[in-house]
Structures are given as structure tokens and as C-alpha cells.
Ligand binder design. Sequence first.
Ligand code: BTN
Length: 236
Amino acid sequence: MAWIVQWEEETGSTNADLLAAARLGAAPGTVLVADHQTAGRGRLGRRWEAPPGSSLLASLLFHSASSEGLHRHTQAVALAAAEACRNVARVDAVLKWPNDLLVGSRKVAGVLAETAPLPSGALAVVVGIGLNVSWPAPLPPDLAPTMTALNIEAGRDVDRAEVLRAMLDALDSLDWAQLHSRYRAELDTLGRTVRVERVGEVLEGAAVDVKVDGTLVVRTRSGDREVTTGDVVHLR
Ligand code: BTN
């Protein structure tokens, strides 16, 4: 892919900006990066906050013929980000459903995909990632139990531009035909006992499968449940 990287000092949300640019005809392969976001968006309507310069805050634009592309591109970015963590920082990050990156049990990155219909009939898929690369240490006590950053895990400074380059390189060398099997293999959630927190209900059971469209299959006492959104906690 011919990546077109635009790096800004500050914006509201790189996802929001890139969706707007996509509607105005931005080319697939456009990557918007910011040192700081004032209205960063997280999954499930949450905010995504990070001190200026601490994180790789990047959104990548893809075009897709169908909504299947949404899941494929999101999974591809998560896998590429995990590869970049290994290659640049020698940090082993695993995937938690749907697309969080964890080091041990602590979150190092989150991914949020958003779409917009294009006049051509195709779908603009914007995949945004917030990857904690270079946080001031020590982490605030309220965050330290649940989050981490590459510099903290590696015990040295890690450069955000280098991580971005490695992530784009990983996407360029991705074997798309093997995407689902690779996602299944790297999804640490599979085989674990999980709690799934959803609006109005909590499920517990074994995460037994993930489908091509990203649906998680959880074996509960009352049968298999297919989960498309929600927060997963790895229990065992
Ligand atoms: C999550 O909740 O885990 C997903 C967080 C995604 C945050 C990234 S930061 C870059 C991009 N722009 C946004 O507004 N959000 C995503």
C-alpha cells in the first residue's frame, strides 16, 4: 500500500478527522497521526485520553466493498501493531477480544474502527489505534494496575515513528488469505474462561471460537452465545 502519512501536533480525534477526509475523497492508505487528541474516541462511546507525545495515536483509511472489510482491516491493524511491538520494542503483546493489545493482563493498545459510506457505494473503513509507546513513568496509581506502555515494558525509550513504520511494514507483508487463522492463533481470549460485560447483561463461560466476522462464541451454562460487542475480562 502506498501509505500517505500526515502527522499533526494536536487534533480532536484522528478517527473523526480521517472519516471527514474520507468523505471528501481522501485516498485509501492515508494515515493520520497526532501527538495529542483533545477528544479521542474509545470503544463503546468512551473517551481515549493520553498525555501529549505519550502514544502512537493513528488512524488508517481503507476502502472496502462490504462490511466484511471492517472486521478484516481491524484485525489486520491489531495483528500488525502486535508485530510492531515485538519488532521494535521486543515486547510480546497478545490480543484480547475484540482487538485490545495486552502485555500480561495490562492493556497497551486499543483499536476503534469506524465506517462511512462513500458515493461510489464502497465503504470507508477508518481503523484507529491508540498504542501506549512512551508514557511518563511511573504510571499514575489509578492506571498502573490495568495499563502499560512499551517504554515501561522494554525498560528504555521507544520511538513512536519507528513503531508506526514497523506497523505499516507488517501490514504490507500481511498474508491476507491467512488473516483469520492468524487472528484465531493470536487471540489470547480463545480457550480462556471469560466474563463478557454487555449493556444489561453479564455472561460467563469459555471463549471457544471466533468467527470470520469477529463474533466471539462463549460456551455458557445455558448454551453457546454469540457476542458481537461488549467488554471481555479474562478470568482464567
Ligand atoms: C479502545 O477503546 O480500546 C479503542 C481506543 C482507540 C483510540 C484511538 S487513538 C487514535 C484514534 N482516534 C480516536 O479518536 N480513537 C482512536
